[in-house]
Write a protein that binds this ligand. Structure first.
Ligand SMILES: NC(=O)c1ccc[n+]([C@@H]2O[C@H](COP(=O)([O-])OP(=O)(O)OC[C@H]3O[C@@H](n4cnc5c(N)ncnc54)[C@H](O)[C@@H]3O)[C@@H](O)[C@H]2O)c1
Ligand SMILES: O=C(O)C[C@H](O)C(=O)O
Length: 334
């Protein structure tokens, strides 16, 4: 039985009808991500697609008494991908293979580039107005792949394409709190650049811990940049981060939906088509972005940084430029 207060709160809750699709929903990230989206009251229509397993995951989640209807789609019955995408508002893409120990994210390009390209073509056809949140690695290259496919189909909207770098941001909060003995939920670290090794730049100088001693700071930065390797090593061949990534992906998706709903001051670092370093041939860059009803509302510059961070930025740009070009050429020179 609901108490009177709970009943009143429930009956006055406003549900906006958002359709959200997860491509790769049967996987290590896909399953917990779908669970977290099922628990999100902003989501009313949840569609799960995978080559296999999506129907079982959807049926399982469909017993949870939250606001959304959840359906699973696979390619074996009719056009599952088309049905999963039709007129959806947000698409999250965790489809693709994860790393094993000894691999870089770039080593995943040979398999994941084709997967992401084909899914992007289906998005262009069935959900050209959707916000697309790319999780599949290597993000520095898969985001440009999606952009080029959407451009080739005449439906590219740079305000609605996002590389999800939220895992770097949540790791930074957690790791800095471990170093400083503080509450991780109140630690905010701006992380800019891209999503792999030295392209991940946590701006410690912009935190309240800017006076941290050099040795401690360098170890912290290295841990944030290579946090993914920590998980790959610990899972010992069974994949990479899935649960923390699901949390990160659900958090970012919630922010995108909050922006759609017109909530004010929704700001998240994310890897987007950005003017910040375009003059240097870098088409995409992660920096704090204000999200709104049309997607990207405002891209913030990275602000004042130290000489040490300038050096990191220079190295990041070199790698990022190559990663982005690799993704773009995969589509344009095919
Ligand atoms: N952006 C980030 O911060 C971040 C963090 C962690 C992992 N990742 C990346 O996410 C991806 C997925 O990782 P995972 O651990 O969930 O892998 P996983 O192997 O557990 O799951 C991937 C799922 O994708 C599905 N899939 C493959 N091809 C597909 C297609 N064409 N259409 C639909 N589904 C397809 C598979 O069937 C599988 O269920 C990897 O590339 C990984 O590197 C990114
Ligand atoms: O490390 C990986 O390969 C997965 C992901 O990009 C991560 O940062 O955990």
């Amino acid at each position: 039985m609901f108490s009177r207060v709970a009943r009143r709160a429930f009956s006055t809750t406003k549900f906006n009808p958002y359709k959200v699709t997860v491509l790769g929903a049967g996987g290590g990230i896909g399953q917990p991500l779908s669970l977290l989206l099922k628990l999100n009251h902003k989501v009313t229509d949840l569609r799960l697609y995978d080559l296999r397993g999506a129907k079982g995951v959807a049926t399982d989640l469909s017993h949870i008494p939250t606001n959304s209807v959840v359906r699973g789609f696979t390619p074996d019955e009719g056009d599952g991908l088309k049905e999963a995408l039709k007129d959806t508002d947000v698409v999250l893409i965790p489809a693709g293979v994860p790393r094993k120990p000894g691999m870089t994210r770039d080593d995943l390009f040979s398999i994941n580039a084709g997967i992401v390209r084909d899914l992007a073509a289906a998005i262009a056809e069935n959900a050209p107005n959707a916000a697309v949140l790319v999780i599949s690695n290597p993000v520095n290259s898969t985001v440009p792949i999606v952009a080029e496919v959407l451009k080739s189909k005449g439906v590219y909207n740079p305000k609605k394409l996002f590389g999800v770098t939220t895992l770097d941001v949540i790791r930074a909060s957690r790791f800095i709190s471990e170093v400083e003995g503080t509450n991780p939920t109140t630690e905010k670290v701006t992380v800019v650049g891209g999503h792999s090794g030295i392209t991940i730049i946590p701006l410690i100088s912009q935190t309240k811990h800017k006076l941290m001693d050099k040795e401690k700071r360098e170890a912290l930065i290295h841990r944030i940049q290579f946090g993914g390797d920590e998980v790959v090593k610990a899972k010992n061949g069974a994949g990479s981060a899935t649960l923390s990534m699901a949390q990160a992906g659900a958090k970012f998706a919630n922010s995108v939906l909050a922006g759609f709903e017109g909530e004010r001051d929704v700001i998240e670092p994310t890897f987007v088509d950005s003017p910040l370093y375009k003059s240097e041939g870098i088409d995409f860059f992660a920096s704090p972005v204000q999200l709104g009803p049309r997607g990207v509302e405002k891209i913030f510059p990275i602000g004042e940084i130290t000489a040490e961070e300038e050096e990191m930025l220079a190295k990041c740009k070199e790698t990022l430029k190559k990663n982005i070009e690799k993704g773009e050429k995969f589509v344009t020179q095919a």
